[in-house]
Design a protein around this ligand. Structure first.
Ligand code: ADP
Ligand code: MG
Length: 246
């Protein structure tokens, strides 16, 4: 579901790690409600792109605007941005010594200073939504990888973000657990969440994405609807990549 209303806008973004030019004049617009899947070979800059949107990586030139405002460099404005852009990583990064429920409650209570009773209710609803309400009092190590990643998604949602970034959310999971995480992501997509998803799951890209973006060597080489991209990739690099993975 896209609204034609830009939420995330990258304009000629460049990023270097020393001599390595990891983002090269990247232009990308993600509309409110849109699901953009980013694919491409390892090392092409996909994670750096995600991290730049959340300002976990500063950029060297160009601009990134979120919801009409250029990304703040620091301070309260940056903290606010981070709470508006949730991020889900390959490694779930849950706090081992806190229960599932406490993990989900932590951000709203500590960062946003919300009342614990209010947050607890929202957190329980979110745990139900990702299918693990009955595990709320367990600790992360007592859950499977797929369940832990669903907790990580609930934790991101607890901050009521305007967009969610996923960086290979299923890459660390045993194959039998990939589906349950993709199912949660698919329902979020259907409910209108704005999502940028780096993944190698081409089934998800085909079915849940509004747009597929193909990156190689720091460049955004090609972007199109899933049908057009998978059915008729235009660049040699995209054709080559698809021939290796499909
Ligand atoms: P992808 O996620 O597509 O695999 P990354 O964004 O992780 O690609 O990395 C892009 C390039 O930048 C790679 O060559 C990687 O080695 C390099 N890189 C990533 N992070 C750093 C860093 N913190 N310092 C130096 N080089 C980095
Ligand atoms: Mg990566």
């Amino acid at each position: 579901m896209t609204t034609g209303e830009p939420l995330i806008v990258l304009d000629k973004v460049n990023k270097y790690f020393g001599p390595l030019h990891v983002l090269q004049d990247v232009d990308l617009t993600v509309d409110r409600g849109e699901v953009v899947v980013v694919i491409g070979p390892s090392g092409s800059g996909k994670s750096t792109l995600c991290r730049a949107i959340n300002r976990l990586e500063p950029i060297n030139s160009g601009t990134i605007t979120f919801d009409g405002r250029e990304l703040p460099a620091e301070g309260k404005a940056l903290a606010k941005l981070r709470s508006e852009v949730g991020m889900v990583f390959q490694s779930f990064n849950l706090f081992a010594h806190k229960t599932i429920l406490e993990n989900v409650m932590l951000g709203p209570v500590k960062v946003r200073k919300e009342k614990a009773s209010v947050v607890r209710e929202r957190a329980m609803k979110l745990l139900d939504r990702v299918g693990i309400g009955n595990q709320a009092d367990k600790y992360p190590a007592q859950l499977s990888g797929g369940q832990q990643q669903r907790v990580a998604i609930a934790r991101a949602l607890a901050m009521e973000p305007k967009a969610l970034l996923f960086d290979e959310p299923t890459s660390a999971l045993d194959p039998e657990m990939v589906g349950e995480v993709l199912d949660v992501m698919t329902s979020l997509a259907r409910e209108g969440m704005t999502m940028v998803v780096v993944t190698h799951e081409m089934g998800f890209a085909r079915h849940a994405a509004n747009r597929v973006v193909f990156m190689a060597d720091g460049q955004l080489v090609e972007q199109d609807t899933p049908d057009a991209f998978f059915g008729n990739p235009k660049s040699d690099r995209a054709k080559d990549f698809l021939s290796k993975i499909l």
